[in-house]
Design a protein around this ligand. Structure first.
Ligand code: SF4
Ligand code: SF4
Length: 401
């Protein structure tokens, strides 16, 4: 395992690969309800730690609140002492300043620990940053430090560069967590944001290095580019090495959900390093991102922040099917997948949160929740027009250029 500096204010080094605990392995109960496979989750997390991963990232809301509990169990038996444990304050639940200590104590209990190594404001954007300022929440974080409940604090982020810069300039942060990968260089915090935060000594942790798994599944065109590259790697390795290549990056988080994935990522991490990719290799990724950009019509990362939907619409699944059609051009298969989703409220009773786009009632409850700023109801309408109707994809999703 490679270890990397955590900016200038955190004294320890983090493993290049961090374990993101939002996509633990799941199993089906009664044939359709997906639950976390706790034993397997604990096994793969401990395996990663045994093989050098020392950074474990969870959050209040992951797996409907279960992630922190499972992480707490996994870190028993001496594992807690081997890792830097990170979780996040659920900003959408914070109403008064004292909520910071209240949630922190609740999370410590779930995690079965007496302190957090890093505590992050979860998902800061323009609105949530306003709340941080209005309620003086940085001061509340400082109080947690004095009480010995946390060692360091920072924020995770979903918005644009202007907002990111404003937040970075607000405080001498110890860490931040941003979405960055070879397709997101100009979106979210952007490469400028990565450089800006690192330049101010903030440890930069990267999430979504595979853009919600999208970069792991190349189209035929992308595959051909990789096949002709001067170096042979899997699409996952290409994407991860791109992130590790930047010296500004402290570590990347992978939401690992299978043992094989953990093993592969450990191997990728062991060969990682800043400045390792040649100009030719970076050019390969430039070509690949041009192809992906044209094909991925909906920038959904399957984070599930928009879920559950009161009408039972399986929002990320609907978007994944449409994207799969736009990248692989197999309309018949996409329509078949779409038809498997629940078509009516009655069907939803047997398959919760498995509804097709057509069931969206436009209640607008999901709108504020999407970190990718997707117009969810409007996009679902287009998905249904293409996959449930006869509207051509080019008409529903016209190309910008
Ligand atoms: S707008 Fe549609 S998709 Fe969003 S929460 Fe309401 S019903 Fe669900
Ligand atoms: S629509 Fe937005 S909030 Fe919902 S899963 Fe996709 S990226 Fe996440």
């Amino acid at each position: 395992m490679q270890y990397r500096k955590m900016g200038v204010r955190i004294p320890w080094e983090a493993s290049a690969l961090g374990f993101g605990c939002m996509r633990f392995p799941t199993k089906k109960i009664l044939g359709f309800i997906k639950k976390v496979d706790e034993a397997e989750a604990i096994r793969i997390l401990r395996y990663a730690i045994d093989n050098g991963v020392n950074y474990v990232d969870t959050a209040y809301g992951y797996h409907g609140g279960k992630s922190e509990v499972i992480v707490g169990k996994a870190l028993q038996g001496g594992y807690r002492q081997k890792v830097h444990l990170v979780t996040k304050l659920p900003m959408w639940k914070v109403k008064v300043a004292s909520d910071v200590e209240k949630f922190c104590r609740e999370q410590l209990k779930k995690l079965q620990t007496d302190h957090l190594d890093v505590y992050l404001f979860h998902g800061l954007n323009k609105g949530r940053f306003q709340l941080v300022k209005e309620l003086g929440l940085v001061f509340e974080m400082e109080k947690l430090k004095q009480m010995g409940l946390i060692e360091h604090f920072g924020f995770s982020f979903h918005d644009n560069f202007q907002v990111f810069k404003e937040i970075v300039d607000y405080h001498d942060w110890e860490a931040c967590q941003i979405q960055w990968n070879y397709l997101d260089q100009d979106t979210q915090a952007t490469t400028n944001g990565l450089e800006y935060a690192a330049g101010k000594g903030v440890a930069v942790v990267i999430m979504e290095p595979l853009k919600g798994g999208r970069l792991a599944n190349p189209t035929a065109e992308v595959k051909a580019i990789f096949d002709n590259a001067p170096v042979q790697r899997t699409p996952v390795d290409w994407a991860l090495q791109f992130v590790w290549n930047r010296p500004e990056v402290s570590l990347l988080l992978s939401g690992m959900s299978a043992f094989a994935q953990v093993k592969q990522n450990l191997e990728h991490a062991s060969s990682s390093g800043a400045g390792k990719l040649s100009a030719g290799e970076l050019d390969v990724l430039k070509q690949v991102s041009d192809v992906f950009r044209k094909a991925i019509l909906i920038p959904c990362t399957a984070c599930e922040y928009c879920m559950p939907c009161p009408s039972g619409v399986a929002i990320p699944r609907n978007f994944a099917i449409l994207n799969s059609y736009s990248t692989h051009e197999d309309l018949k298969r996409a329509k078949k997948e779409y038809a498997k989703l629940a078509k009516s409220k009655d069907a939803l009773n047997a398959a919760k949160d498995n509804g097709m786009a057509a069931l969206c009632s436009k209640c607008m409850k999901c709108l504020e929740k999407c970190p990718q700023a997707i117009d969810i109801p409007g996009t679902l309408e287009k998905v249904n027009a293409v996959l449930g109707g006869t509207v051509p994809i080019e008409q529903a999703f016209p190309k910008e250029d």
